[in-house]
Design a protein around this ligand. Structure first.
Ligand SMILES: *[C@@H]1O[C@H](CO)[C@@H](O)[C@H](O)[C@H]1NC(C)=O
Ligand SMILES: *[C@@H]1O[C@H](CO)[C@@H](O)[C@H](O)[C@H]1NC(C)=O
Ligand SMILES: *[C@@H]1O[C@H](CO)[C@@H](O)[C@H](O)[C@H]1NC(C)=O
Ligand SMILES: *[C@@H]1O[C@H](CO)[C@@H](O)[C@H](O)[C@H]1NC(C)=O
Ligand SMILES: *[C@@H]1O[C@H](CO)[C@@H](O)[C@H](O)[C@H]1NC(C)=O
Ligand SMILES: *[C@@H]1O[C@H](CO)[C@@H](O)[C@H](O)[C@H]1NC(C)=O
Length: 395
C-alpha cells in the first residue's frame, strides 16, 4: 500500500495531462473483499471505513481523490437524494442510527482523474439482545491473578476530546462501580483496569459512551468477551532419560531420546537441546549424520513432558569418544545430562565367547552356592536400587 501511495504521489507530480477526465465507470479495478466484517448494534452510529484507503495519509490524499460508496445490491450511490441517515465524511461512510436492514456488502470506490479501484466490506447490524453477544463481542484475554486492562475498541471517530471522554463499563449488563479495589476506569483512555483477575471475572462486558449529533444523543456500545487464562507456571525440569551409557553397534542407526519431566510446569518456556562435546549438534555434524529429531510435548496424568531425540545415522567409531549432553533450560534452572555411546558386543569374540563364559559362570555359581550356603541373600540390595529415580518422577 505504501508503494501504491508513493506511486500516486510520483505519477501525480509528473503527469503531463491534468485535464484528463474521470475514468469510465466500467474501468474500475476490483481489489476484493475486506477480511473484516463489522458487527454492530441497531440504533447506534456506525462508521464504515474504506478498506483500501490509508486514513493516516488522508490529509495529503484527499484533495486528489473522490471516494464513493455503494451498497452491493443497488447501483445507486449512497447517500441517496433523500437520505438523512447516511453521509460520507472524510472518505468514511457514516450511518446514524444503523438499522438491521443496513446489513450487507458495501463497495467503496476510490477514483482520481486517471485511476479507479474498489473494495467491498461487510456490515452486519444486530438487534440488541443477549443472543447476539457472541457475534458482536471482541475477544480479549487476561491472565489469572495478575492485573490487566480491557480496552473499549473502535471509538476513535466518536471521541472529540479525550479528557472529556466518559465510558461506562458493564459486566453482564450490570453497571460496574468503576473506581474501587477491583475495577478502575482510567481517565482519558478507553481502558478498564482489573486488579487480580479471577476466574469469575471472565464473561461478557460492555462499554458505552454517548455521542451527540445534531442535538440527538446516541449510545455507542462495544461488547467484549473476557477470557481468563491460567498463568503459565514454571518448575525445575528434571531429565529422566537417557542413561549414562548407551550401547550401540557401529554402522547401525541409533536414536537416544532425552526425556524431561516438568510436572505442572509449562512447555512453552522450556528449551531442550543436545550438544556434542561443547558444540551444538547442527554445527558439529554439518553433514547431517547426527541430528536432533522433532521436539515432542505431551502430558501424562496431568504432568508435562518434553522429548527431543538425538539420531545417529549411522553410529561411527568417532561417536564412542564424543561426550553427548542433553541440556534443558527455563528461567528457573539449567540441567544437563551426559551420555556416551559404547560399542555393543557385536559379531566378534564377545559373541563367540558368550556361551562359554555363561557355562563358566554357572559352574562358578554352583560352586559358590555350595561353599557359602549359609551366607545367601546378602548381596542383592545394591543393583535393584539404581533404577529408583525413573519411577519416582513419574508418580
Ligand atoms: C491516481 O491514482 C493512481 C493510483 O493510486 C496513481 O498512480 C495516479 O498517479 C493518480 N493520478 C492522479 C492524477 O492523481
Ligand atoms: C470529484 O467529484 C467531483 C464531483 O463529482 C468533481 O467535481 C471533482 O473534480 C472530482 N475530483 C477528482 C479528484 O476526481
Ligand atoms: C455483489 O452482489 C452480487 C449479486 O448481487 C454478487 O454476485 C457479488 O459477488 C457481490 N459482490 C461482493 C463483493 O460481495
Ligand atoms: C487475588 O485474589 C485471590 C482470590 O481470588 C486471593 O486469594 C489473593 O490473595 C489475591 N491477591 C492479591 C495480591 O490481592
Ligand atoms: C443509552 O443507554 C442508556 C443506558 O443504558 C439508556 O438509558 C438510554 O436509553 C440509551 N439511549 C439510547 C438513545 O438508546
Ligand atoms: C569430541 O572430543 C573427542 C576428544 O576430544 C574427539 O575425539 C571427538 O572427535 C569430538 N567429537 C566431535 C563431534 O567433535
Amino acid at each position: 500500500m505504501f508503494v501504491l501511495y508513493v506511486l500516486i504521489i510520483c505519477v501525480y507530480s509528473f503527469t503531463v495531462q491534468p485535464e484528463e477526465h474521470t475514468v469510465a465507470a466500467g474501468n474500475c479495478q476490483f481489489l476484493g473483499k475486506h477480511f473484516k466484517t463489522d458487527f454492530k448494534v441497531e440504533g447506534e452510529p456506525v462508521v464504515l471505513k474504506c478498506p483500501q484507503v490509508q486514513y493516516w495519509l488522508w490529509e495529503s490524499v484527499s484533495p486528489h481523490v473522490n471516494v464513493t460508496w455503494h451498497k452491493n445490491d443497488s447501483a445507486r450511490t449512497i447517500p441517496g437524494e433523500e437520505e438523512t441517515r447516511m453521509w460520507v465524511q472524510d472518505g468514511a461512510l457514516w450511518i446514524l442510527p444503523a438499522l438491521q436492514e443496513d446489513s450487507g456488502t458495501y463497495l467503496c470506490t476510490v477514483r482520481n482523474t486517471s485511476y479507479c479501484d474498489e473494495m467491498s466490506t461487510e456490515l452486519r447490524v444486530f438487534e440488541k439482545t443477549e443472543a447476539s453477544l457472541p457475534f458482536i463481542s471482541y475477544p480479549q484475554i487476561l491472565t489469572l491473578s495478575t492485573s490487566g486492562s480491557l480496552v473499549c475498541p473502535e471509538l476513535s471517530e466518536f471521541i472529540r476530546n479525550k479528557m472529556d471522554m466518559k465510558i461506562q463499563w458493564y459486566k453482564d449488563s450490570v453497571l460496574l462501580d468503576q473506581d474501587n479495589e477491583k475495577f478502575l476506569s482510567v481517565r482519558g483512555t478507553s481502558r478498564l483496569l482489573i486488579h487480580n483477575v479471577s476466574v469469575e471475572d471472565a464473561g461478557y462486558y460492555s462499554c458505552a459512551m454517548t455521542f451527540a449529533h445534531e442535538g440527538m444523543q446516541y449510545n455507542v456500545t462495544r461488547n467484549i468477551e473476557l477470557r481468563v487464562n491460567k498463568k503459565e507456571e514454571e518448575t525445575i525440569p528434571v531429565i529422566i532419560s537417557p542413561h549414562q551409557t548407551i550401547l550401540a553397534s557401529l554402522g547401525s542407526r541409533l536414536t537416544i531420546p532425552c526425556k524431561v519431566f516438568l510436572g505442572a510446569g509449562t512447555h512453552s518456556t522450556t528449551m531442550l537441546w543436545w550438544m556434542a562435546n561443547t558444540t551444538s549438534i547442527e554445527s558439529a555434524y554439518q553433514g547431517g549424520r547426527v541430528t536432533e529429531g522433532q521436539r515432542q510435548e505431551y502430558s501424562e496424568n496431568n504432568e508435562n513432558y518434553i522429548e527431543v531425540p538425538l539420531i545417529f545415522d549411522p553410529v561411527i567409531r568417532e561417536d564412542l569418544n564424543t561426550d553427548f549432553k542433553c541440556v534443558v533450560r527455563n528461567t528457573l534452572s539449567t540441567q544437563m545430562l551426559r551420555t556416551t555411546v559404547k560399542e555393543a558386543a557385536t559379531f566378534s569374540w564377545g559373541i563367540a565367547l558368550a556361551p562359554l563364559s555363561l557355562v563358566f559362570l554357572v559352574l562358578v555359581g554352583i560352586w559358590m552356592h555350595r561353599r557359602y550356603k549359609h551366607r545367601t541373600g546378602k548381596t542383592y540390595g545394591l543393583t535393584t536400587l539404581k533404577t529408583g529415580p525413573d519411577f519416582q518422577s513419574r508418580e
